[in-house]
Design a protein around this ligand. Structure first.
Ligand code: ARG
Length: 574
């Protein structure tokens, strides 16, 4: 149990003694840490329900709290806020227990679910761009969080490999007479933008591409051969990009993996009257009586007879429910696809594909912008490839390391490795520190700085603790039992560390890694100020010194775990 839930139980019991609801005893960290460590606001609500004065209830609860051996002070402020401070001895006991726990006092979930995280969303032929970056970073962090909480997590990128863009590419490749076996990623990246632009003006070409899509979807042998090669070259390049970001998937399913389901599914829905013909296409109407706007139907089959992005998504829900037995699916995809997912989810419910017990959530996010406030582009206004962004940030990280004179005399290979780790930290933290719904500006200079709210700062603090512990070990010093704190900074550090379980739960509940990032940064700063005041390695009192080493080790464990949940590694040294 966490310290906060323990205090909530104690306060809950005090409310219960007064014949009031135990749930009113919820204790949270104080909003005014200069006044108290914790607070409980239940008296206000209790007063409403019991028609009594909040102050009177608060006084009674506070009196019973103050009698508890773990609590040093419980007093009432304002209309009935109960402020609580812990005994330092109790704090030390809690610290000792959490510090010794390899899960840092975090119990995790009591109801493990099968959670599928659908993220990254790469496509055949298209190089991944910055739009895929946020999906990758946020999705990966959420997958790590759910896994840490004890859920079974399935990571699946939902490779875009079965829609209209396949027909576009196949048409051009055939026109150019390229040998399918010799198709390269460069060919595809040259052809795709041209073809997709051409399809908007050249009706005949667009029709031919649609027909080519249908032929592929009916498994025409020649189309399949080209398609396999396109898929292979795209996938291998994308896997390299993901590896550079430290991201790996459990499955690598694509839209095409449900192609066997498309025909039976659409037929069934048509037979049941869930899908209807509209203007030559087959659609599922998804409007509901209480809608306050018009919802266009989900299109299952185009007039040309092709299956679409929406069809494969619907069939994928079916596959995930039937074959993967999912309880929760998180679709980490940018906000512009909000309507698409709402349509798919509604259709899935209507068609009985997803029972109410299966939760389908669109985890949307805002745009990564350039310094002009517009979606991040190259200087020429082109789409920036993910690979280029990774290169750029790695370069910035290297420069920062040089400026800070870090890792200077290490072997070249290690320096490269550290630069890569710092670069990834800069990029991921720079993203995850923002509320995911907001847009943000990609600022390589700021993100890669060792100062401020950045990944490299937090990473560097963790590395610094490693070095302190290494030096201590060299001097034959070992961590020992945690003693009650002797300074406000030490006390705050302990209290902060004990708050970890709530921060993790909150990040999971809101699907919001930014809470994790902000907390990691706060913890790193707290340690830094603690270390400024207390000179661990030269401390004469051996017990105190051993306690501080334990506190350092605990902080390192927490920072390492938090960074890992953000997808960031901590180098051995810097
Ligand atoms: N490939 C899509 C894109 O680039 C994203 C896929 C998201 N996942 C899904 N199940 N639709 O836009």
């Amino acid at each position: 149990m966490s310290l906060q839930s323990h205090l909530s139980e104690v306060a809950g019991a005090a409310f219960a003694e007064l014949g009031l609801d135990q749930a009113l005893g919820e204790v949270v960290p104080s909003q005014r840490p200069e006044l108290a460590q914790f607070q409980c606001n239940g008296a206000m609500e209790a007063a409403k329900a019991a028609r009594r004065s909040p102050r009177e209830i608060a006084d009674q609860v506070a009196a019973s709290l103050a009698a508890h051996p773990d609590i040093a002070i419980a007093d009432v402020a304002g209309p009935g806020f109960i402020n609580i401070n812990l005994e330092d001895t109790a704090l030390a006991t809690w610290a000792e227990t959490s510090a010794g726990d390899d899960r840092l006092g975090y119990a995790g979930t009591r109801e493990p679910l099968n959670v599928l995280v659908d993220y990254a969303g790469p496509n055949v032929a298209k190089a991944m761009h910055v739009g895929h970056l946020r999906a990758t970073i946020i999705g990966d962090s959420l997958a790590r969080l759910f896994h840490f909480a004890g859920h079974k997590v399935i990571r699946d990128p939902h490779f875009g490999d079965w829609g209209f863009q396949m027909g576009l590419l196949i048409s051009v490749l055939k026109e150019e007479g390229l040998d399918p076996a010799a198709i390269t990623l460069d060919d595809l990246q040259r052809i795709y933008p041209e073809a997709s632009a051409r399809a908007t003006t050249d009706q005949e070409f667009a029709d031919a591409a649609r027909a080519a899509t249908v032929r592929l979807q009916h498994e025409d042998a020649e189309s399949l051969e080209i398609w396999r090669q396109m898929k292979a070259v795209s996938e291998s390049s994308q896997r390299q990009d993901f590896a550079a970001l430290g991201v790996a998937f459990d499955l690598w399913y694509g839209e095409s993996d449900v192609h066997d389901r498309l025909d039976p599914l659409t037929r069934r829905l048509e037979g049941e009257g869930v899908a209807v013909e509209s203007d030559g296409a087959l659609v599922v109407p998804v409007g509901q009586p209480d809608d306050n706007r018009e919802w266009p139907p989900l299109i299952l089959k185009s007039r040309a007879g092709g299956f679409l992005y929406s069809t494969t998504d619907l069939a994928t829900v079916e596959m995930r429910v039937e074959d993967l037995d999912v309880d929760l699916v998180l679709y980490v995809v940018d906000h512009r696809q909000g309507d698409h997912f709402e349509q798919v989810f509604r259709a899935a419910r209507k068609a009985g594909i997803a029972p109410e017990s299966v939760a389908l959530e669109h985890i949307h996010f805002g745009t990564m912008n350039g310094s002009d406030g517009k979606p991040f582009k190259t200087r020429e206004g082109g789409v920036v490839r993910l690979r280029d962004v990774i290169e750029m940030i790695r370069g910035a990280a290297k420069q920062r390391l040089d400026e800070a004179q870090l890792a200077e005399e290490y072997p070249e290979e290690e320096r490269e490795q550290i630069a890569a780790q710092v670069g990834v930290a800069a990029l991921k933290f720079g993203d995850l520190i923002n509320n995911r719904a907001s847009d943000y500006v990609l600022d390589l200079d700021r993100f890669s700085s060792f100062e401020g709210k950045t990944g490299p700062y937090v990473q560097y603090q963790a590395v610094r603790i490693k070095s302190i512990l290494r030096k201590a070990a060299e001097q034959g010093l070992a961590p020992g039992a945690i003693q009650p704190p002797i300074s406000p900074g030490e006390r705050s550090l302990m209290l902060d560390l004990l708050h970890l379980p709530e921060v993790i739960d909150r990040s999971i509940e809101l699907r919001a890694p930014n809470h994790l990032a902000a907390y990691a940064h706060e913890l790193a700063m707290r340690f830094s100020s603690f270390y400024d005041v207390h000179h661990i390695l030269s401390e004469p009192d051996a017990e105190r010194q051993a306690s501080w080493l334990a506190l350092s080790q605990w902080t390192l464990g927490a920072l390492t775990t938090l960074l890992d949940l953000l997808g960031i590694e901590v180098p051995a040294r810097m």
